[in-house]
Design a protein around this ligand. Structure first.
Ligand code: PLP
Length: 426
């Protein structure tokens, strides 16, 4: 009997004891192809010697120093590196221990920014229905996954949700991408006007939607319109790239492909590639300036923020990605993966949509392709798919998510960036 409280209390989990490259091994001697990087985390695969060596070096030198007393070399170096490669306007980095912490920090930073600017009346966060921003209370309030939120609603701050940009279900027949982008983005402007533009803090969205919908990219022009609406009303744009960022879509930041830069960006998962828990908030110069010229203090902080071991791991991950030109591999193998998924599943009667960017690909499962009818939630199809894949030694991220208030099932593939053409043939 285990004393560890698992996510699912009934049933047993295999015990992971090792891994190399795209493979994980359990204590019973079974091996699994990690086709999802866990939950889009393990972007360098398992047991990467350069990251492990960097961790050894850092542990020998310094494991921990509290950020209330010290900064550290790896944290400073990681911040430098992230700014070198950041979207335009981004000037500083705040380091935390994961995605939910990054979202919490970004929301609080956005709120304090307006306090620093003498606009303390601003209190509304706008987000989207089909989204996941983390499981802590602020992040859960911003998220739009009703399955995860429902029982905690009394504890959640009030947030406001508009529709996602979700072409498969929400684009009208015959409607151009341009027209759909305009219609979807208009919801943000309408919501801002409804709440009062001087009452709104920020709009938060995943650049490419991950956990609730399986790699749904925005249509062309959507994010550019969102950016200009935020600018028109003086509202901050927070892009959550915890899952889709750090190279997953073939560019370091997914929003680069949309030609858009946010005011705040959240990162985690692939940042440390699972070698250490780490997340980050990238913030733009004008936000930094408001703090620097105001109170001079961000009223936030966690004991493990800027952790030297985590920063050293993340820096080593970034070094490997750069040295081995892995983003080119993500783009090339990602395109090949898409081609093969289309070849195999485009006509499958239970696959409604195949989508994504780079090595971030999603399949939406439907009971009926013609009507896009979802499966009965009681079937828990996604859980069965995950279980069946595991039985065959394959890890895929299969999740249910609410779509327009209905249940949906999708499968997310997010293999490590080191994956080869031969690997995806299997
Ligand atoms: N934001 C997004 C887009 C995510 O996909 C996730 C996790 O799946 C989070 C935030 C929360 O990250 P974490 O699980 O590291 O707290």
């Amino acid at each position: 009997m285990t004393r560890l409280l698992h996510r699912a209390i009934r049933g047993t989990m295999p015990v992971a004891i090792g891994g190399a490259g795209i493979t994980l091994n359990d204590a019973d001697g079974k091996s699994y192809i990690d086709a999802s990087g866990g939950a889009a985390v393990s972007c360098l695969g398992h047991g990467h010697p350069d990251v492990i060596a960097a961790l050894h070096r850092q542990a020998d030198r310094l494991a921990y120093a509290h950020t209330g007393f010290f900064t550290s070399e790896p944290a400073e170096a990681l911040a430098e590196r992230l700014i070198e490669d950041a979207p335009p306007g981004i000037s500083h980095v705040y380091l935390v221990s994961g995605g939910s912490e990054a979202v919490e920090a970004a929301l609080k930073m956005a709120r304090q920014y307006f306090v620093e600017k003498g606009e303390p009346q601003r209190r509304h966060i706008i987000a989207r229905r089909q989204s996941y921003h983390g499981n802590t209370l602020g992040a859960l309030a911003a998220g739009g996954n009703e399955l995860r939120r429902a029982q905690f609603k009394p504890l959640l701050i009030e947030t406001h949700h508009i529709d996602p940009c979700y072409a498969y279900r929400l684009q009208k027949p015959g409607e151009s991408d341009q027209a759909y982008a305009a219609r979807a983005a208009q919801q943000l402007e309408d919501k801002i006007i409804e709440l009062g533009p001087d009452q709104v803090i920020a709009f938060v969205a995943e650049t490419v939607v991950g956990a609730t919908a399986g790699a749904v990219p925005p249509v062309a022009d959507y994010l550019a319109r969102i950016r200009s609406i935020c600018d028109r009303y003086g509202i901050l744009l927070i892009l959550d790239e915890v899952m889709c960022g750090m190279g997953r879509t073939g560019t370091l930041h997914a929003c680069t492909q949309d030609g858009v830069a946010p005011d705040l960006m959240t990162l985690a998962k692939g940042l440390g590639a699972g070698y250490q828990p780490i997340g980050a908030v990238l913030l733009s110069q004008h936000i930094f300036d408001a703090f620097a010229g105001g109170s001079g203090f961000f009223q936030h902080g966690h004991t493990y923020m800027g952790h030297p071991m985590a920063a050293a791991a993340a820096l080593a991950v970034q070094d490997v990605i750069r040295r081995d030109n892995l983003l080119a591999n993500v783009a090339a193998i990602g395109a090949e993966l898409d081609r093969r998924l289309q070849e195999r599943f485009a006509d499958h009667r239970h696959v409604g949509d195949i989508r994504g960017r780079g090595l971030f690909r999603g399949l939406e499962l439907v009971a009926d392709r013609a009507t896009k009818q979802t499966f009965n939630p009681a079937l828990k199809l996604h859980a069965r798919v995950k279980q069946a894949a595991m039985a065959h030694g394959l890890m895929v991220y299969a999740m249910g998510g609410t779509i327009d208030g209905r249940h949906g099932d999708h499968v997310l593939l997010a293999p490590p960036f080191i994956v080869t053409r031969a690997d995806i043939e299997v």
